[in-house]
Design a protein around this ligand. Structure first.
Ligand code: ZN
Length: 184
């Protein structure tokens, strides 16, 4: 099961930007020698990376920074979306209806994950329930990033005051992670 390099790169870039050289060095020291080498060699946006590698990166972030910023997952998730939907694509999004865009999100999602599937469980004008299925037991930070990414996505499509929570998680033995969103 793999994740697209562009997502991993946004996560690593967030750490560099938010915690500067000193924080980034600290983060590198908690990774294994092999993982550190991959991160230092630069993450390639168009390559695929193993989901277990991604989770080890998140574990490192968890160890170093989660105590400093409990909202870290949400911020990282928003950065992934902002980085991913830059420029012309974003202008294009602005011209479409929010509902249409949201119905397209599972297709968009499949460009970034090859073994997980995003499902829209319920959708109305100002609320959304999404599920993620796949044979992967995610960490808390993994799912927090997911919450942030979808908040970012809804904001880009014109939603304000987005409220979100994960209402069920595969980490607790649920068959899928379920996320609930409302906005104005
Ligand atoms: Zn979950």
């Amino acid at each position: 099961m793999n994740i697209k390099g562009s997502c991993v790169k946004s996560v690593v870039d967030y750490i560099k930007e938010a915690y500067k050289d000193e924080g980034f060095e600290k983060f590198l020291t908690v990774l294994s020698g092999e993982d550190r080498k991959v991160v230092e060699m630069k993450i390639l946006p168009s390559s695929w990376y193993d989901m277990e590698f991604y989770e080890r990166i998140l574990t490192g972030i968890n160890i170093c920074f989660i105590g400093v910023d409990p909202n870290l997952g949400e911020k990282i998730g928003k950065k992934i979306i902002t980085d991913g939907l830059k420029g012309i694509y974003r202008v294009f999004l602005g011209a479409l209806s929010q509902n249409y865009i949201l119905t397209q999100s599972p297709r968009l999602w499949s460009r970034y994950f090859d073994g997980e599937k995003l499902e829209i469980l319920e959708a109305s004008d100002f609320s959304l329930k999404m599920g993620v299925v796949g044979d992967h037991k995610p960490s808390q930070l993994y799912c927090d990033i997911m919450v942030g990414a979808i908040i970012g996505f809804i904001e880009i499509t014109g939603g304000n005051n987005v409220k979100a929570e994960e209402v069920a998680c595969r980490a607790d033995g649920n068959s899928r992670c379920e996320f609930s969103y409302t906005w104005d």
